[in-house]
Write a protein that binds this ligand. Structure first.
Ligand SMILES: Cc1ncc(COP(=O)(O)O)c(C=O)c1O
Length: 616
C-alpha cells in the first residue's frame, strides 16, 4: 500500500492518461496511486461528501475507457485491463437447443434454421460465454438435416454479421453484434415460457425473420439518414393545408364523421379516387368498384383472405416486398416465388391443379429490381390468370414517380376479363402513417372484399377519408404530386452523382426510369461483409438485396432509397458509409467470410440475366 502523503483534494481532474490533480484544501487525507488507479482515504463523516464527489469524478473520467471504477471499503479502485488480470472469454460451443425444424412448412429448412438462430441471438437469451458455433457436420447430425442446409444458414448469418470465422478455430458469434442485437437485461422468465409460446400455425409459418426494432419500423428513433428504400419526404407534406381541410370537413359534417362509417369507404373519396385513376393511371373503373383500405398491406391481406384457401397456390415475384410474402404465408398459401426477367414476372407452364389463385405483381416498377412489365407480358399475365381462374393483385405502390418517358397505364386498364385487382397506397404520395390506400376490384369481387374488410377493422378513419377526399377534389393532391415529383427528380440526379463519387469504386448503380430507390450491384462479392458491417456502424441501413429474395440467387447488391432526405443528408450518408468501408478495409475486417458469399449468392447467377424456372 502506498504511504499516505499530504495531497490536495477538492477537484480531481483525471484525464484518460491517468493524470490526477488534487487542488484546494491541503489536507493529509488520501493516497492516490496513479499507476494502479487506486485511491484510499481516511474515513471522516464530514469529508464523506467530498470523497463521494471524488469517486464520481473518477467514474466520469473513465467513461468510455476500458477501465472500471469501483468503490469498496472506503476506497475507490480504478481498474484497467493492465491493472487487472486479463479475463479470457470462454469459448464453449453453443448448443442451439432451441431449434425446431418443420419439414412440412413452406419455409425452406435453411431459412428456418437461419431465422431461429438469429432470433436466439437477438433475444439475448443465449449464454454469452458460449460463442463458438457447432460445426456444420455436428449440427447437421444433431438436427437430422444435410450439411449444405446448415452451411446455407451459416452463410447468411456470416454475411449479415452475426457470425464470424476465425482462422483455424471455426465460426463464432461475432464480437460486434449487429445493432439490432438487444443487450438490455431481460426480465427473468421460466424456461417453459421463454422460447415457445403456443401460437397459431399461421404465425409460425410466416417467414418474417425480423424482430425487435427491425420488425417495428415505427420505433426507429429520431430521423436519420438511413437511405432505406420506400420512405417518402414527409417533411415536404403540406401539413397546414391538410389541417385546414380537416377543420373544414369537421365543421361541415360534425358528429356524422364520428359515427361508424362505410366499410367500402366514404363515397366522396371513392369518387375522387376513381376519377384520379381513370384520368391519370389509365384505369377503367367506377366508384362502386373502389374499396378504401388501411394501406397496401391491408389491401393485400384482404385479397388473400378473400381468395385463398389454405394450401392454394399463390405466385409472388422473387425478389419481393417482404410484407407480400408474409401475407401469403399468413393465409396458408402455397407460395410459389417467380423469377423476374427484363419484361417482368416470368410466366411458366403449370398444371391446372397448381395454377395460382392469386398472383401478386408490381408491374409499373418491380420491387425491388425496378423492372417495368412489358405490354406483351401484361397481356399474357391476364390471359394466364383467366385460363386458371386466378386473380392478379396489381401493387401500384409508387407509379406516380416516373422520371423518364411517358407515364405507363396500369395493368387494370388492360383487363377485359375481370381478373385484376388494382391496389394503390397513399404511403408514398402523402405520408405512410396516414394508413390509407384503396383497391379497385372487378365488380364480381367487390362485396366479398368489403365483407372481409369489415371483419378486419370495419373501416378506415372517417375524418382522414373526408379530408383526403377534399385534398383530391380541391386540386391539392395533384399539385403536391407534381411538386414532390420534381423534388424527387432533383434528389435522384444528385444521388446518382454522389453515389458515383463516394461508392462508385464498389458498385454498379442500376438506374431505372421510375421509383424512389436504386439497386446497386457490388462489383466484388467479397466486399459484401464489409458493407454489412458498415451498415451497422453508420446506421445507413440500405438493405442487402438478399433480404428480399426467396429462392432467387442474385449477385450481391444493396437497395438504396433516396427520396426522404435533402441533398446534404444524402451526401452525408454516402460519405459516412464510404468512410466506414474504407476504415474496415484498412483494418482487414470482414475478409474472413468472403468465401461463404459465393455459396449464397453466386457471381454467375443463372437467374439474372433471366431464365424461366419450370413449375411442377
Ligand atoms: C412494393 C410495395 N408495396 C407497398 C408498399 C406500401 O405499403 P403500405 O401502403 O402498406 O404502406 C411498399 C412500401 O415500401 C412497397 O415497397
Amino acid at each position: 500500500m502506498t504511504p499516505i502523503k499530504p495531497i490536495q483534494i477538492g477537484l480531481i481532474n483525471i484525464t484518460r492518461k491517468r493524470v490526477a490533480t488534487w487542488q484546494t484544501h491541503n489536507v493529509q487525507l488520501a493516497s492516490f496511486n496513479v499507476a494502479s488507479l487506486r485511491v484510499t482515504w481516511f474515513r471522516s463523516a464530514t469529508l464523506l461528501g467530498c470523497l463521494l464527489t471524488a469517486a464520481s469524478h473518477l467514474e466520469k473520467a473513465f467513461v468510455g475507457c476500458e477501465g472500471r471504477i469501483v468503490t469498496m471499503n472506503g476506497a475507490v479502485y480504478g481498474r484497467t485491463f493492465s491493472s487487472s488480470p486479463k479475463r479470457r472469454r470462454r469459448r464453449s460451443v453453443m448448443s442451439f437447443e432451441m431449434v425446431r425444424l418443420d419439414r412440412g412448412s413452406s419455409e425452406p429448412l435453411y431459412q428456418q434454421l437461419y431465422r431461429q438462430i438469429r432470433e436466439e441471438l437477438e433475444s439475448g437469451s443465449f449464454d454469452s460465454s458460449a460463442s463458438r458455433v457447432p460445426s456444420s457436420r455436428v449440427l447437421a447430425t444433431t438436427l437430422g438435416i444435410s450439411r449444405p442446409t446448415v452451411n446455407q444458414a451459416y452463410s447468411k448469418l456470416l454475411v449479415e454479421g452475426y457470425f464470424q470465422t476465425r482462422k483455424r478455430s471455426g465460426i463464432f458469434v461475432t464480437d460486434h453484434l449487429p445493432a439490432t442485437f438487444l443487450k438490455a437485461a431481460r426480465p427473468a422468465m421460466t424456461a417453459r415460457t421463454e422460447h415457445f409460446p403456443r401460437v397459431a400455425r399461421r404465425v409460425t409459418r410466416m417467414t418474417d425473420f425480423r424482430s425487435g426494432r427491425q420488425l417495428d419500423v415505427g420505433i426507429g428513433g429520431p430521423p436519420s439518414v438511413t437511405l432505406v428504400a420506400g420512405l417518402p419526404a414527409v417533411d415536404e407534406f403540406p401539413i397546414a393545408v391538410w389541417e385546414r381541410l380537416r377543420a373544414q370537413v369537421l365543421a361541415k359534417k360534425g358528429a356524422h364523421l364520428l359515427r361508424y362509417a362505410s366499410s367500402r369507404g366514404e363515397i366522396e373519396l371513392r369518387k375522387a379516387i376513381a376519377a384520379y385513376l381513370c384520368d391519370f393511371r389509365g384505369a377503367n373503373c367506377h366508384p362502386d368498384q373502389v374499396v378504401v383500405v388501411g394501406g397496401m398491406q391491408q389491401a393485400m391481406l384482404a385479397c388473400a383472405l378473400a381468395l385463398i384457401n389454405e394450401g392454394d397456390v399463390a405466385w409472388i415475384e422473387d425478389p419481393v416486398f417482404h410484407q407480400a410474402r408474409n401475407v401469403l404465408a399468413f393465409v396458408g398459401a402455397k407460395t410459389s416465388p417467380r423469377p423476374i426477367d427484363r419484361e417482368g414476372l416470368v410466366i411458366g407452364k403449370c398444371s391446372r391443379r397448381n395454377s395460382p389463385k392469386l398472383i401478386l405483381v408490381t408491374p409499373s416498377h418491380q420491387f425491388p429490381l425496378g423492372v417495368t412489365m412489358s405490354l406483351k407480358r401484361r397481356k399474357s399475365l391476364i390471359e394466364f390468370a383467366e385460363s386458371g381462374d386466378g386473380y392478379i393483385l396489381e401493387d401500384d405502390y409508387d407509379s406516380e414517380f416516373r422520371f423518364d418517358g411517358p407515364p405507363l397505364p396500369c395493368l387494370q386498364g388492360l383487363d377485359n376479363a375481370g381478373r385484376v385487382i388494382y391496389c394503390g397506397t397513399m404511403s408514398k404520395i402523402l405520408y405512410p402513417s396516414l394508413r390509407l390506400g384503396f383497391l379497385v376490384a372487378p365488380p364480381q369481387l367487390v362485396d366479398t372484399l368489403v365483407k372481409v374488410r369489415a371483419v378486419m377493422d370495419q373501416h378506415s378513419p372517417a375524418i382522414d377519408q373526408a379530408t383526403l377526399a377534399r385534398f383530391i377534389t380541391e386540386g391539392f393532391f395533384l399539385s403536391h404530386v407534381k411538386r414532390i415529383r420534381e423534388l424527387y427528380a432533383q434528389r435522384r440526379v444528385f444521388f446518382i452523382e454522389q453515389f458515383q463519387k463516394w461508392l462508385g469504386d464498389y458498385f454498379d448503380l442500376e438506374v431505372t426510369p421510375a421509383g424512389l430507390h436504386f439497386v446497386a450491384w457490388l462489383r466484388r462479392g467479397e466486399d459484401l461483409p464489409l458493407f454489412m458491417r458498415a451498415r451497422e456502424q453508420t446506421g445507413v441501413w440500405s438493405r442487402p438485396l438478399s433480404f428480399f429474395c426467396i429462392k432467387a440467387l442474385l449477385d450481391p447488391a444493396f437497395v438504396f432509397g433516396f427520396a426522404a432526405w435533402p441533398q446534404a443528408q444524402i451526401e452525408q450518408g454516402l460519405a459516412k458509409l464510404a468512410s466506414a468501408v474504407k476504415q474496415l478495409k484498412q483494418r482487414g475486417a470482414g475478409n474472413g467470410s468472403s468465401s461463404r458469399i459465393h455459396a449464397f449468392s453466386p457471381a454467375t447467377s443463372p437467374y439474372w440475366p433471366p431464365t424461366a424456372v419450370p413449375i411442377n
